[in-house]
Write a protein that binds this ligand. Structure first.
Ligand code: GDP
Ligand code: MG
Length: 163
């Protein structure tokens, strides 16, 4: 992953959306820098980070945007907070109204390390994702579970659309 001198074949933009405190910034920190912080500060404005990876011999630069909330392709909720899941349809509407039709969306149920505090059943989210035509994964930014997988799922799908 990521020889910085290599030529870039594609730049893909990925946006993380969802209620505040679901873990968007920490998912980004885990993917871009393999870092995690338990006392992460609220994101001010919009920030992006990049990571370059290789998919089918092409180097893909992922430019991942972390939003403060009001912004408008990863819809994230917190498995321990029902409200953050109930708000997902609104986030999807927001996302779809701004994006072109080639958009790829993955629904992410974050904080799966907090299984004993879970209030959103995996099955509910899976069913919702299926109905909406979204990929779906549960992640833990804390334990680095499925974070890599979530981004790779989206990036590979975008690659297959544009290549
Ligand atoms: P954002 O507002 O969506 O960007 O949320 P943050 O990334 O700032 O995270 C909010 C809080 O949840 C912080 O205290 C994080 O440390 C914590 N957090 C984020 N991801 C996880 C996770 O996977 N597991 C646990 N247990 N806590 C997390
Ligand atoms: Mg944030």
């Amino acid at each position: 992953y990521g020889d910085p001198s290599q030529k870039i074949d594609y730049v893909f933009k990925v946006v993380l959306i969802g209620d505040s405190a679901v873990g968007k910034s920490q998912i980004l920190a885990r993917f871009a820098r393999n870092e995690f912080s338990l006392d992460s500060k609220a994101t001010i404005g919009v920030e992006f980070q990049t990571r370059t990876l290789v998919i089918q011999h092409k180097s893909i630069k992922a430019q991942i945007w972390d939003t403060a909330g009001q912004e408008r392709s990863n819809a994230v909720y917190d498995i321990t907070k029902r409200q953050t899941f109930d708000h997902i349809p609104r986030w999807l509407e927001e996302l779809r109204s701004h994006a072109d039709k080639n958009i790829v969306i993955i629904l992410i149920g974050n904080k799966c390390d907090l299984e004993n505090q879970r209030v959103v059943p995996t099955e509910d989210a899976k069913e919702f994702a299926q109905k909406e035509g979204l990929f779906f994964l549960e992640t833990s930014a804390l334990e680095a579970t499925n974070v890599e997988n979530a981004f790779l799922t989206v990036l590979k799908e975008i690659f297959n659309i544009v290549k």
